[in-house]
Design a protein around this ligand. Structure first.
Ligand SMILES: [Ca+2]
Ligand SMILES: [Ca+2]
Length: 107
């Protein structure tokens, strides 16, 4: 008997909780819009070594270390492929060579 009386209340709380969590998710798409520069530039034309180094070279020594590459999943995945001399750093030359092979026409 008591359960029946509480059921509408419980449903009301459940719906309120669902609505609240739906509202919590709204800021996610909005935050994508607040950072269009980084995501947008990656899709506009081929990436350049200069762009990648400017974006990932946090200690500004002109090369991308493995730690710095970890900030980009794509770079981290390809680090060993790009680092052709295996010195643990990605230079502009290595990145340029890698992008050249990536964007070779496939027709
Ligand atoms: Ca660096
Ligand atoms: Ca290297």
């Amino acid at each position: 008997m008591l359960n029946k009386a509480l059921l509408p209340l419980a449903l009301g709380l459940l719906m309120a909780a669902t609505a609240a969590s739906a509202q919590d998710q709204q800021p996610a798409p909005a935050s994508e819009n607040t950072a269009p520069a980084q995501n947008g530039s990656e899709h506009r034309g081929p990436p350049s070594a200069e762009n990648v180094i400017a974006r990932l070279d946090t200690d500004k020594d002109g090369v991308i270390s493995k730690d710095e590459a970890a900030a980009s999943e794509r770079m981290a995945d390809r680090f060993d492929t790009i680092d052709t001399d295996h010195d643990g750093k990605l230079t502009a030359a290595e990145l340029t060579a890698f992008f050249a092979t990536m964007h070779r026409p496939q027709q």
